[in-house]
Design a protein around this ligand. Structure first.
Ligand SMILES: [Zn+2]
Length: 301
């Protein structure tokens, strides 16, 4: 049945209040709900990989076809819940955006097995990654790639704001302004979806390099030339689009957050730029503060 209204909110963390019979979760457990629910028909969905749904007939809580989590309570199946340790109570809400990042990085590693991509010492320390865009997803990609051992630079058209400076400094990555004079990267992760920006950088990428496309936008146009296609072919450049995440990636996101809770506590805290009550949500949405990364809507204490 087509719904004419939808409860928004797909990034959430909650506390289990009650469980039915046969459920392993317990009252008081902290959980993060996963967003996409499969079509029930294709093989990927049947094995919990609805992030690779073949029919496209999936629903996404808070986005399309299913109510989201911007409410006091919701009832859901245990299979769609990922348990979060108590110490991540404040930052566990980042699990959902981070799950998408974890999947993107996993795609990258899976596909780059086509070549020897590690350095002589078996790490990625000789590899440079450019992350285009410094929004929440860009910063989470930077944190993940730094954790995996890459040299990372976050790129934007403008100078960093205070929050971006704080986060990039805390995790030890550079914030660079887009333009000439940038070195050649081994990896480009695009979180901005700007074809103009991407194409400028694409010709600079090193041989056997990889491009992960994550960002989407609309309206901007850029032409792809035959020369560029030739270059991508001749230089073995990988280009992969990645969207959504499976439950496994949510679980891995929780593992990264647990690690960063100790390693990058300041960066994690800074990512949550403000917290508002439900009745303040409308105003918070209308008057987005400058430098906002994530605003948390807290339903109860
Ligand atoms: Zn499917």
């Amino acid at each position: 049945m087509k719904k004419d209204r939808l409860v928004l909110g797909h990034e959430a963390i909650g506390v289990v209040e009650a469980v039915g019979s046969g459920v392993e979760l317990r009252k008081g457990d902290l959980v993060v709900p996963i967003v996409r629910r499969g079509c029930g028909v294709c093989l990927n969905c049947k094995v919990g990989r609805q992030d690779f749904c073949e029919t496209g007939n999936f629903v996404e809580a808070g986005i399309r076809g299913q109510d989201g989590f911007m409410r006091d309570y919701f009832v859901d199946q245990e299979v769609y819940m990922v348990r979060v340790p108590p110490q991540l109570r404040e930052v566990g809400v980042l699990s959902e955006p981070l799950s998408n990042v974890v999947k993107g990085v996993e795609e990258l590693f899976t596909l780059q097995r086509r070549t020897l991509w590690t350095c002589e010492d078996s790490t990625f320390q000789c590899r440079t990654a450019f992350v285009i865009g410094s929004g929440p997803i860009g910063l989470l990609f930077a944190m993940t790639l730094v954790t995996e051992g890459f040299n990372v630079a976050v790129l934007n058209r403008r100078d960093p704001n205070e929050v971006e400076s704080k986060v990039t400094e805390a995790i030890g990555v550079k914030f660079e302004k887009l333009g000439d004079g940038l070195p050649s990267p081994d990896l480009i992760v695009d979180t901005a979806g700007s074809p103009v920006t991407l194409l400028k950088l694409l010709s600079k990428i090193k041989n056997n390099g990889a491009v992960v496309l994550f960002g989407t936008t609309s309206g901007e146009r850029e032409e792809i030339s035959a020369d560029l296609i030739t270059e991508l072919v001749e230089r073995n450049i990988l280009v992969v689009g990645s969207v959504n995440a499976s439950k496994e990636h949510f679980a891995k996101a929780v593992t990264y957050l647990s690690l960063w809770h100790d390693r990058f506590p300041e960066a994690l805290r800074t990512m949550i730029t403000s917290e508002v009550k439900p009745e303040e949500a409308g105003e918070a949405l209308r008057s987005k503060t400058k430098g906002e990364v994530k605003t948390v809507l807290r339903w109860s204490q």
